[in-house]
Write a protein that binds this ligand. Structure first.
Ligand SMILES: [Zn+2]
Length: 948
């Protein structure tokens, strides 16, 4: 069974596409389970009803700091003062307060889920979208006897749909009202007005009146105004500050209305908080403390009054963050966001939401020690229950299940712990009961994580073996096809086939018994298949390796080892470069030293090539230090254009020196001179047109229609020159590369914002120098009689070819990073295409942008194609070596995928992994591209006699 090249490519594509999916099965599996029994504290609930108010995007410090009131009229007092005086009075006179710490991602949906359901955002939502409710989870609203809610249509439906039908009433304004630039305080006054109307109606409506007088009812006010003003004007703007005043006044008015309605019966509990904060630049989502710190103020039934120190010291809980709130006397108690769900459940005496991981913040409670002990035990039982359900589910399917050690045996077993706590409560040792309940909660939470990551070892092992297997498989394939030439051996063995089949059956059986998803079969098949193939090719590998070592002089294996380590270091450096582009700068500077490995004689003989290599390496090292965000600069555009033009003109004048007599005649012919002249003319023209376009656009006069038409004409004509060159018989490789460079130059002038044009020039120069260097090195290494005799005219691959593959791979990455950040297309600004498409048109703009991005890769693949031919390496061998080493990167990124953090962090790690996976397929696609640009007739190699 011998694979041909086409099936090799097919295997590569299928393998890489299917393995991309593995990260979702490993990292993004929903933690939510069902089937838990419910638990409530069982004590008499301190409150009959709960008012839960969320100021969306309300930052903790803005809630308590003093500011000059915004929009003052003449004569009003400008002294800075707290802008939420009513909420502050609750802190000082009536309740408890602190900072509620949210987790990332700091978005509205996960924030509300944590507050109301007590569970932190389910990362599996990455694959299902996050606005709607991808999974059903229990919530405080669902446990209440009834919940009325008012607010944004983005938030309310999520809890209404997730709850028992009819239990949650949701009243929203329409989505059109959420305009970021209008007066967003209207969103809040809308809510307050409707709640006031609601209670006014309840005065007369008998049915409603008895409903709102029931036990365990919740009123939820979602105030979106602050989020909108924060986004629109930023959190230190007068608009945001004004919005704080609106919210504060609204809450005060609401409290009066409610107290009046219920006749001050002392049975109302109040919780005010926010879903997330807001950064100084008006955004949220990441883990910046401004986004994760939100205020929590609770008062009313069941809530402990303020704990105030009177001796002039600072009350506990305060730090630098709260130092300018002027609340030092009052104890500050911080909580984690999900704890608020537990607090609310306790206050009205409903079951803790079944999926909640929140821990009851006892410091907030106005309760006896016994009540606290009983309530937190119920809390612990609820979280333990979740663990037990997960454990039972896993245990029922796993072969050889390994239980979670901290909850397993003897005194540690969950039952023993619960019994102990109950007996402590019996004997009125409430303090110990509480601390042991807290321990149990901690152990259960760790157990939940243990269950969540239980499959990781198995899956990661499969995936790792799969990628390693692929790398070896691909290498063995290249060695067999190109290294050993006709001596390649590949033994079919029935024994190996039987062991392959039985291993596969064994792994499939495990997957089947454990009822794992069907995708697991896919992940298991690849490693078994690849390793079987590698085993069959072991002779090729065994013969190939010593041969490689032989070529490396007296030290043999040691030399091979050192070089292989060097390769790995470069590959790891590239991985690091995804996070710090500067790594590429270091690599380019190190690249300067390459020619020195071949001795001073080599450098002296090839001074021109070595200098071009050194200069272009230095130039390339600059770009990854420049900012990704670019500012339009005519100077830079014109210097790039000038360099392109000078190169072209220089080539017309002196290019003939490269060729022997016959070729020289063609080069000096009229047709060739006309073509090259035309290409230079197009570059000059593109500079002129771009100059006009930039000035006009900068002067806000728009793009003149003439300039747009000219731009498109230049773009088209510059590409026509390429096939026209094909009509000439000139096939010298340096000529071909020069033609390619000149063909894409006008495009780069038109599409450049700042330094991309200079990058293009340096990049092409470096590649040309590289091809020439490799050619010279190849000649030097193969110059001795001995080597020639050994090769006996057959060109096989050697380790030097691996270096070429590595350089190529590095240049591909550099092509991406030179002008942008590979992981975010946002760093490739649309600004550059407005000279061709002035009106916003995502499709056309995107297409041109991608075209611009792909040009460096066209150039680089053409260079490799040329190189492959002039050093007479077997066709496509170099490309295939690259295809095998790309997965060193993929494997790295596979382990770096994050399942927690902001959407941005998670998304970045995913895209790194996916990009690395696809590189292999991308490289495979580059090869035919090189044929397209360089031509299939082969490249006339440089003349030996010229080099002497
Ligand atoms: Zn929000």
């Amino acid at each position: 069974m011998q694979l041909n090249r086409l099936s090799f490519l097919a295997v590569a594509a299928i393998f890489h596409f299917s393995y991309i999916w593995s990260i979702f099965d490993i990292y993004f599996v929903s933690p939510i389970v069902h089937g838990m029994r419910h638990h409530s504290s069982g004590i008499k609930p301190p409150a009959k009803r709960l008012f839960f108010i969320v100021g969306d995007g309300f930052r903790a410090d803005k809630c308590f700091q003093s500011h000059t009131p915004p929009f003052l009229k003449d004569g009003e007092d400008p002294t800075p003062r707290p802008l939420a005086p009513f909420l502050r009075s609750r802190v000082l006179e009536a309740g408890s307060f602190g900072v509620s710490h949210t987790r990332m991602p700091t978005e509205s949906r996960p924030g509300h889920v944590a507050l109301i359901a007590g569970l932190y955002e389910d990362v599996s939502a990455v694959t299902t979208g996050w606005k709607l409710n991808p999974v059903n989870f229990d919530s405080v609203f669902n446990q209440s006897s009834h919940t009325w809610s008012w607010g944004s249509p983005d938030i309310l439906p999520m809890f209404k749909e997730g709850a028992v039908p009819g239990k949650v009433d949701a009243l929203s304004y329409s989505e059109d009202d959420e305009d970021f630039t209008g007066d967003s305080t209207k969103l809040d006054t809308w809510v307050f007005d409707h709640v006031r109307d609601f209670f006014a109606q309840a005065e007369h409506d008998e049915e409603l009146r008895s409903a709102v007088n029931g036990d365990k009812v919740v009123f939820f006010l979602h105030l979106l105004g602050l989020d909108s003003t924060g986004h629109g004007f930023r959190p230190y703007s007068p608009e945001y500050l004004w919005n704080i005043q609106v919210v504060d006044a609204g809450v005060q008015d609401l409290v009066n209305t409610v107290d009046k309605f219920y006749g001050n019966d002392g049975k109302t509990a109040w919780v005010f908080t926010a879903d997330h904060g807001m950064s100084d630049w008006g955004s949220h989502g990441d883990g910046h403390p401004d986004n994760t710190r939100t205020p929590l103020i609770a008062w009313g039934a069941g809530i402990r009054g303020p704990d105030i120190v009177t001796d002039g010291t600072i009350a506990s809980g305060h730090d630098e963050f709260s130092s300018d709130w002027n609340l030092d006397r009052v104890r500050r108690v911080d909580v984690d966001q999900a704890d608020i769900a537990a607090l609310m459940a306790h206050l009205i005496g409903v079951n803790y939401p079944a999926n909640s991981v929140g821990v009851l913040p006892l410091e907030y409670l106005d309760a006896t020690d016994e009540e606290k002990a009983r309530s937190i035990l119920a809390n612990a039982l609820e979280i333990l229950e979740m663990f037990k359900v997960k454990e039972a589910k896993k245990m029922s399917t796993q072969i050889n299940f390994v239980p979670f050690a901290l909850l397993q045996e003897g005194e540690l077993s969950s039952q023993a712990r619960v019994d102990k706590i109950q007996s402590l409560i019996q004997s009125q040792d409430y303090g110990s009961a509480i601390s042991q309940s807290k321990d149990l909660i901690l152990a259960s939470l760790q157990g939940l994580r243990y269950m969540q990551t239980y499959d990781w070892l198995f899956l990661r092992t499969l995936v790792t073996l799969g990628y390693l297997g692929w790398i070896l498989f691909a290498l063995a394939f290249v060695i067999q096809q190109h290294f050993l030439g006709s001596t390649a051996t590949r033994k079919w063995s029935s024994a190996a086939f039987v062991s392959f089949l039985s291993t596969l059956t064994g792994v499939f059986a495990i997957i089947y018994v454990q009822q794992s998803p069907w995708t697991y079969y896919m992940y298991a098949f690849a490693p078994v298949f690849f390793w079987w193939q590698v085993w069959l090719s072991r002779d090729a590998l065994m013969v190939g390796l010593p041969l490689l070592a032989q070529r490396h002089g007296p030290h043999r294996y040691f030399g091979l080892l050192v070089k292989s380590m060097g390769f790995l270091v470069v590959l790891e450096a590239i991985v690091y470069g995804y996070f710090h582009r500067e790594v590429f700068t270091v690599c380019f500077v190190l690249g300067l030293t390459w020619p020195w490995f071949y001795g001073v004689g080599f450098i002296k003989r090839n001074a021109i090539t070595v200098s071009l290599w050194s200069v272009s390496c230095l130039a390339m090292s600059v770009f990854t230090l420049l900012p990704v965000v670019k500012v339009e600069s005519l100077v830079q555009i014109h210097s790039a254009g000038g360099l392109m033009l000078a190169t072209g003109l220089g080539y017309i004048a002196y290019g003939h020196r490269l060729f022997d007599t016959d070729t020289k005649t063609i080069f000096n012919g009229k047709y060739m001179q006309f073509l090259l002249g035309l290409q230079c003319g197009l570059i000059a023209l593109s500079m002129a047109v771009t100059h006009g376009s930039v000035q006009s656009i900068q002067a806000k006069k728009g793009l003149p229609f003439g300039n747009q038409v000219m731009g498109w004409c230049i773009l088209g004509l510059s590409l026509v020159a390429l096939p026209m060159h094909r009509l000439t018989p000139l096939r010298h490789y340096q000529h071909q590369l020069m033609v390619l460079f000149l063909s894409f130059s006008p495009t780069f002038v038109i599409l450049t914002i700042s330094y991309e044009g200079l990058f293009y020039v340096s990049f092409c120069a470096m590649l040309a120098a590289w091809v020439q260097m490799e050619y010279l090195v190849y000649q030097q290494v193969n110059s001795t009689e001995e080597t020639r005799a050994k090769n006996r005219g057959v060109r096989v691959l050697d380790l030097g070819d691996n270096r070429i593959a590595l350089f190529f791979f590095f240049f591909i990455q550099a092509g991406f990073f030179g002008t942008g950040n590979v992981a975010s297309l946002g760093s490739f600004s649309l600004e550059s295409v407005v000279r061709l498409v002035p009106i916003f048109n995502p499709f056309a703009m995107g297409a041109i942008l991608v075209y611009k991005l792909l040009i460096p890769f066209a150039i680089i693949s053409a260079n490799l194609g040329v190189l492959n031919r002039i050093i007479q390496a077997p066709p496509s061998a170099l490309f295939m070596i690259v295809m095998s080493i790309t997965d060193v990167l993929t494997l790295n990124f596979f382990y770096m995928v994050k399942d927690e953090g902001s959407w941005l962090d998670i998304g970045t790690t995913i895209s790194h992994f996916v990009i690395a996976s696809l590189f292999c397929v991308f490289v495979a696609a580059l090869e035919p591209l090189s044929g397209l640009f360089v031509g299939d007739q082969g490249v006339e190699s440089a003349k030996e006699k010229k080099k002497e």
